[in-house]
Write a protein that binds this ligand. Structure first.
Ligand code: FES
Length: 161
């Protein structure tokens, strides 16, 4: 007979979420803080996790889903170890930002908002990083790259494991 019940990993994840909810306060007003902390812990917010949080806070799952989909800093798909942000603001775009993005997408083998198959990189776009004079700009985690050339993408991304 197959044993019924949750797998060990699910139990551990739920225990971690429980601890976060306890720490932030088990109230609907703590939802955003809780979601932030859980995303930091797990790397993303899958549907099952959103439903678990909703149940714990006694609120509709649709409300949690609405908050997660409203804020761009929440993600429902696993993120890569490094997050690339390519600026597509006007200055960067006209000075080659589009070609930089194309080179990044080609190198990573995944589209914008997606994660490479090896989970090394996630690719995002931003609308302006406030350094238009140094365009086109891209960042990898906390590193900033200025006046990026598409031909340098392989060298730049090669520094990250
Ligand atoms: S448009 Fe890219 S930094 Fe401003």
């Amino acid at each position: 007979m197959v044993a019924q019940g949750k797998c060990t990993e699910c139990t551990q994840i739920e225990a971690a979420i429980d601890a976060i909810i306890e720490q932030k306060g088990p109230e609907p007003t703590s939802l955003i803080e809780i979601l932030h902390a859980v995303q930091q812990e797990l790397g993303f917010l899958p549907q099952s996790v959103q439903e678990y949080i909703a149940e714990k806070l006694n609120m509709p799952a649709g409300t949690v889903e609405g908050v997660v989909s409203f804020y761009t800093f929440f993600t429902t798909v696993p993120r890569g170890r490094h997050v690339i942000k390519v600026c597509q603001g006007t200055a960067c775009y006209v000075r080659g930002g589009k070609r930089v993005l194309e080179a990044v997408v080609k190198h990573c083998g995944c589209g914008v908002g997606q994660t490479s198959e090896d989970r090394r990189f996630s690719v995002d776009i931003v609308r302006c990083l406030g350094a238009c004079g140094l365009s086109p700009i891209m960042t990898v985690d906390d590193d900033i790259y200025e006046r990026v050339k598409p031909t340098k993408i392989a060298d730049i991304l090669g520094k990250y494991d």
